[in-house]
Structure formats: structure tokens, C-alpha cells
Design a protein around this ligand. Structure first.
Ligand code: HAM
Length: 405
């Protein structure tokens, strides 16, 4: 991440911080490595992430460690380990971190990428779902991500999904010969992933498959209806997509994905959902959870991520001669100027005076001071005004000019 991209990312980070922290989310940073077991159990053995995308290594003590492929399981681990269930619920946490997946790299898909994410732990309230989704909608809109669409569905609770799974598996088995090898292999482990297949035979079979949304329990239907009603109240547009499945196993009830038509094949900008069984699965108390993550690189690709204009350089200190005594004076003034809140730089390249002045111009310096032994010359590059003064009066003179601007 270089230059303009780094500046654009800083802008995304400060928007995310402003939006999430004013909604009560606190920053969390989990370790880059976790025990492999956390992801195997949390994300799910049948997912692509666990089956083929994790960077896993064995440390000197023989422990299996994995570079985090996602942030939800680590946040849940931290919630349990730090006894956060004793705090006022829901506990709301946000992160902006790098993640690692061994995928085939292409536009918008990287092996190391960044996500901004938000997790709310400890409440089943449908308002948590709606607030969480609305916050991501706000973030994407404020970052001018183009052509955004929100797809929404409910996967139901673990119990209602079990009943549905049996029906779906029966449908898949009855049409086994038309399915892709990959889907056929996963009929037992993860039949829902068949909805995500781009294999034409599988797609034809799925067109007539029973829909999970038609098999939700009354409680799940009511929960989903309330989430939708609150999104309507918040004027967040969405389309209900009964075929929406996500690439991680921990979801229950609400799931959603924001896509951008500006992105091409990798159209997912951000997504998430509820994961009411995950913390318990990781050995903690039964605790509901809801959250999302959005890809920073994809936001930058699909957004109007013009970097903010760099802060102007207020003072450049040039040396009349390449002498250590002058360098020392300039160095002292540099510290003074910065302590006074000015942005200041000096020559660090042993350039000639002409070279230094050219460098100051390239940096867009407003004031340039040429430091001689007894005197300094201070030039205002905007109005061309010039004055000769004692070197130790330079910072004061720039500050005075500054406050009168
Ligand atoms: P995910 O859908 O796997 O969800 O990833 C979220 C976002 O990360 C994607 O929408 C995409 O923008 C970005 N992303 C994923 N993989 C890559 C990649 N290889 N290169 C670039 N960007 C990528 C999760 O990770 C869940 N933890 C989200 C969540 C939080 N669910 C509940 N809470």
C-alpha cells in the first residue's frame, strides 16, 4: 500500500471510526495468529476457507497456528477469554485489520487483504441486526461506493435449519447425477453451499430446490420480519434473496451481503449476519452475536476513494552552505517548528542550495528559510515577500504570518 492508496485507506479508517464509535462500538485488535482449531471449529470444517484457504504452520512447540482468515471467530474467542459476558450487553466491537486467505489472486481478491468489521455480542434483539446493517450501509454510502445493492435473507435458527437440511439433502440426492462433483461431495457436510454454485447442472437442480425461507420457524419469521421493518424505518433499501448463502458456517437467522456492480466478478464489498451458536461452539456460554466485515481494497476499487489532499508543508529549512554548524541550527529550528504545530521539513539529501530550493518547491512549501550563520532569509512563496532575520526568529515569524493569514 503506497502513497495515494495509503492516504485513501486512512480516510476510510477515519470514516469507519467516526461512524462506528459514535454508535458505541469499541476498537479491538486480535492477534495475527490464532490456534488453527479456532477457525476449524468456528468457521467450519466444510467451508472453502478451512478446506483450502488457510495459511497454517507448526511452531517450534509443535502447535498448529493459522494466520487469521477472518475476524469473527477471534473476536468471539476474545469475548469469552476476557469475560465480556459480564459487561453490559450487547458488547459492540470493531476492527480494521489484515486477513489472509490462500486464494487465487485476481482483481479485488488478494492473499493478504484488509477488512473493517463490526461485531455486536450478547443480544438477539432484531434492532441489533438492523442497526449493524444500517451502519455498513452508511459507511459504504459515505465512502461513495458505487452501484451498491443489499441482499438479505434469514437462515433460521440451528433447529429449524436441521429440518430443512434433511429436505434439501433429499432433493440433492434425487438429482445427484446433474450436480458438480464438489456439490455432490458436500451433500452431507454442507448442502446449502449448492445455492452458490456456478455449475449449470447444479444451478438447474437448485432452481427447483426447497427454499430455506419457506421453512423458518414462527420465531425466526417474526425475527426476520422485525429486522426488515426496522431497515424500512431506517430507509435502507434491500432485496430479499432466498438463495443467499455465505461462505462461513456459523450463520443463523439474518444474513446479508452488499455487492457493487462496479466490481465485476468479485462483487462482494461486505457481508455478515447473525451467529447465535458460535460462542457456545467455541466453548463459551450460549451468547448470540451479529456482525459484518467489508473489504478495504474492494471499497477502494468501487468507491470514489480520491485521497484527501495532503496537508500543506508550512516551512522548509534550507542550508546556505553544507556545513555541520548550519545543519545543527536548522535541526533545532525543525524541532521548534514542529513543537509549535507547524508542518516542517529540512534538507536530508545533502543537496546544493539550488537543489534544496527546487526540493522545497516540489514539496509545495509555503515558507522557505535559508539558514546562514548569522542570518536567515525567510521567503513567503505565495506573495514573494522576503525578510532577513536572526535564525532563532524564523519559527516565530512563520507563526505570526500564519495567524494573520
Ligand atoms: P467474508 O464475506 O468472508 O466475511 O468477507 C467479508 C469481506 O471481505 C468480503 O465482502 C470482501 O469484501 C472481503 N474479502 C474477503 N476475501 C477477500 C480477499 N481474498 N481479497 C480481498 N477482499 C476480500 C467474513 O469474513 C466474516 N467474518 C464477516 C462477518 C463478521 N460475519 C459476521 N461478522
Amino acid at each position: 500500500m503506497l502513497g495515494d492508496q495509503a492516504a485513501a485507506r486512512t480516510a476510510i479508517e477515519s470514516r469507519a471510526r467516526a461512524i462506528l464509535e459514535s454508535a458505541g462500538y469499541e476498537r479491538i485488535e486480535t492477534p495475527t495468529f490464532e490456534a488453527t482449531e479456532l477457525f476449524a471449529r468456528g468457521v467450519g470444517e466444510s467451508t472453502d476457507i478451512v478446506r483450502k484457504e488457510m495459511f497454517t504452520l507448526t511452531d517450534a512447540a509443535g502447535r498448529s497456528l493459522t494466520l487469521r482468515p477472518e475476524g469473527t471467530a477471534p473476536v468471539c474467542r476474545a469475548y469469552v477469554e476476557h469475560g465480556m459476558h459480564k459487561r453490559r450487553q450487547p458488547v459492540k466491537l470493531w476492527y480494521l485489520s489484515s486477513f489472509f486467505r490462500h486464494e487465487r489472486a485476481q482483481a479485488g481478491r488478494f492473499r493478504q487483504f484488509w477488512q473493517v468489521g463490526a461485531e455486536a455480542l450478547g443480544s438477539e434483539d432484531p434492532a441489533v441486526d438492523a442497526e449493524s446493517i444500517a451502519l455498513l450501509a452508511t459507511l459504504l454510502s459515505e465512502l461513495h461506493v458505487r452501484d451498491v445493492r443489499l441482499r438479505l435473507a434469514s437462515l433460521g435458527s440451528i433447529e429449524s435449519r436441521l429440518v430443512y437440511r434433511v429436505r434439501l439433502q433429499a432433493h440433492l440426492r434425487a438429482n445427484e447425477e446433474s450436480l458438480s462433483g464438489d456439490v455432490r461431495e458436500r451433500i452431507e457436510l454442507n448442502p446449502l453451499r449448492a445455492f452458490d454454485s456456478d455449475h449449470p447442472g447444479t444451478q438447474a437442480v437448485m432452481a427447483s430446490a426447497p427454499r430455506l425461507l419457506d421453512h423458518l420457524s414462527e420465531d425466526d419469521c417474526e425475527h426476520f420480519a422485525q429486522v426488515r421493518a426496522l431497515l424500512d424505518v431506517a430507509s435502507v433499501p434491500y432485496e430479499v434473496d432466498p438463495t443467499l448463502v455465505r461462505g462461513l458456517d456459523y450463520y443463523t437467522r439474518t444474513v446479508f451481503e452488499f455487492t457493487s456492480d462496479a466490481l465485476g466478478a468479485q462483487s462482494g464489498v461486505g457481508g455478515g449476519g447473525r451467529y447465535d451458536g458460535l460462542i457456545e461452539q467455541l466453548g463459551g456460554p450460549r451468547t448470540p452475536g451479529m456482525g459484518w466485515a467489508a473489504g478495504i481494497e474492494r471499497i477502494m476499487l468501487a468507491g470514489d476513494s480520491r485521497p484527501p489532499a495532503p496537508a500543506p508543508l508550512e516551512l522548509f529549512l534550507a542550508l546556505q552552505e553544507p556545513q555541520p554548524a548550519l545543519r545543527s541550527i536548522a535541526f533545532t529550528l525543525l524541532g521548534e517548528a514542529r513543537a509549535a504545530g507547524l508542518s516542517a521539513q529540512m534538507d536530508l539529501g545533502e543537496r546544493s542550495l539550488k537543489g534544496q530550493l527546487g526540493h522545497a518547491a516540489a514539496l509545495g512549501a509555503r515558507f522557505v528559510a535559508v539558514i546562514g550563520g548569522e542570518h536567515a532569509t525567510l521567503k513567503d512563496t505565495q506573495d514573494g515577500g522576503q525578510q532577513t532575520l536572526a535564525p532563532d526568529a524564523v519559527v516565530h515569524a512563520v507563526l505570526r504570518a500564519h495567524t494573520s493569514l
